[in-house]
Design a binder for this molecule. Structure first.
Ligand code: FAD
Length: 381
């Protein structure tokens, strides 16, 4: 294993840093008080990113994207996530949408690359989160359409989305092997948004969705009938790598701020930076951040080398999300009472990182999957 951060990578990260400083940092104070970035503001930032050349970054050149690669995307997202608004550049379709057929690409895939549409994805149900095989939103074939009934919960980014990547059961007896995926447009009769779910996060108040006799044409089926698990797995693996990279930026900014504060803040006539208790918190944070960075970059590099990263993405996301929790906790502690206030981003980071030990597969399920790989067990064991 031999990977390096090239000069080109460094220059790219430097331009992302300039974008963050110019466009995102002025929004920080208001964001911390409001605990939210409106969809309109988020889409406006996407447009500004596009003007600055940050658009369709990870999209292969054959579809008109910049094709910067997954390692570069890790570096870019690390830089962006030093801001608590947790903003990502636009124009990149969700991984599952690469499985669109030619006709679907025109309706769903290219409009995202063109900036005309946004999407979100819906697996989770009130009775099925980690245990994906328990999905009970049914899709029943009726000629050249499917009738969908069921409830989805915790669905992020619905407000700004034009369509949902929806996972249903087309054969409930087959469990995970009976899942079929559809692209369901907002406004389709029978598809409604029931309520927003308030959370402890700043950016996220996900939604509950209801599908009642919702008729969706077979032309909107993504992938094979009963083949939805592979679509979900593909979507989640790449999402996990991204989430790993987010943690690096969050931890780096928290550590940078804590170091500066520790040098300034004086107690009993000395800066707190001179106290071993503080130094150990900083040192442990630095070591863990560097370890996470290597895991995330390695997985990004392997993806660029066209190697499978399912297990590496589990490992990177598991370690990085738990690292970010510990690091933001220590950094908040170093700031004392100030760390707890909404005048600093530390408390926002501390609260927000919590979701990533749950979303895209919980830490417990990640450990299970990693152990299963070690033990050579299959998904049926
Ligand atoms: C803010 C937010 C945004 C989200 N956005 C989306 C979204 O956009 N789309 C979407 O589809 N979903 C989304 N989710 C849902 C998320 O993916 C699920 O919450 C997650 O998969 C866990 O499922 P669950 O909540 O049903 O927990 P459960 O599966 O009920 O698990 C509960 C606890 O039991 C543990 N557990 C379960 N099974 C085992 C086992 N076999 N061994 C050991 N421990 C186990 C879990 O690790 C967890 O600690 C979001 C959630 C949140 C909080």
């Amino acid at each position: 294993m031999d990977f390096a951060i090239s000069e080109e990578h460094r220059m790219m990260v430097d331009s992302v840093r300039q974008f963050r400083e110019k466009e995102l940092m002025p929004l920080e104070k208001e964001f911390l008080l409001k605990c939210n970035l409106d969809t309109e503001v988020r889409h406006g930032l996407e447009r500004k990113g596009r003007e600055a050349g940050f658009w369709a970054l990870e999209v292969p050149a054959q579809y008109g994207g910049l094709d910067v690669g997954q390692l570069a995307m890790c570096l870019i997202n690390e830089e962006l996530f030093k801001h608590p608004a947790m903003f990502e550049f636009g124009g990149s379709p969700e991984p599952a949408l690469y499985l669109c057929n030619d006709e679907q690409k025109q309706r769903f895939f290219y409009p995202i690359i063109n900036g005309d549409k946004h999407s979100c994805y819906a697996f989770t149900e009130p009775d099925a989160g980690s245990d994906f095989a328990r999905i009970r939103t049914t899709a029943v074939r009726d000629g050249d359409r499917w009738i969908i009934n069921g409830t989805k919960t915790f669905i992020s980014y619905v407000e700004g989305a034009d369509f949902v990547i929806l996972f249903t059961t087309s054969n409930s007896k087959a469990g995970a092997r009976g899942i079929t995926c559809f692209l369901v447009e907002k406004g389709t009769p029978g598809f409604s948004i029931v309520r927003q779910i308030p959370t402890m996060g700043d950016n996220w108040d996900p939604h509950e969705l209801l599908f009642t006799d919702c008729a969706v044409p077979d032309a909107n089926r993504l992938g094979e009938i009963d083949g939805g698990f592979a679509v979900a797995d593909y979507q989640l693996t790449h999402g996990r790598l991204k989430i790993g990279a987010f943690q690096l930026g969050i931890a780096q900014r928290s550590i940078d701020m804590a170091v500066e504060w520790a040098k300034q803040r004086t107690t009993w006539g000395k800066p707190i930076a001179s106290r071993q208790a503080i130094q150990w918190m900083l040192a442990d944070s630095e070591v863990e951040l560097e370890a996470a960075r290597l895991l995330v970059y390695r997985a990004g590099w392997m993806a660029d080398a066209k190697q499978k990263i399912r297990n590496e993405a589990f490992i990177a996301k598991l370690y990085a999300t738990e690292m970010a929790q510990r690091v933001t906790d220590r950094c908040l502690q170093i700031f004392g009472g100030l760390g707890y206030t909404r005048e600093l981003p530390i408390q926002s980071f501390f609260r927000q990182v919590r979701v990533w030990r749950i979303g895209h597969g919980t830490a417990e399920i990640h450990r299970w999957m990693i152990a299963r790989n070690m033990l050579g067990q299959s998904s049926r064991d």
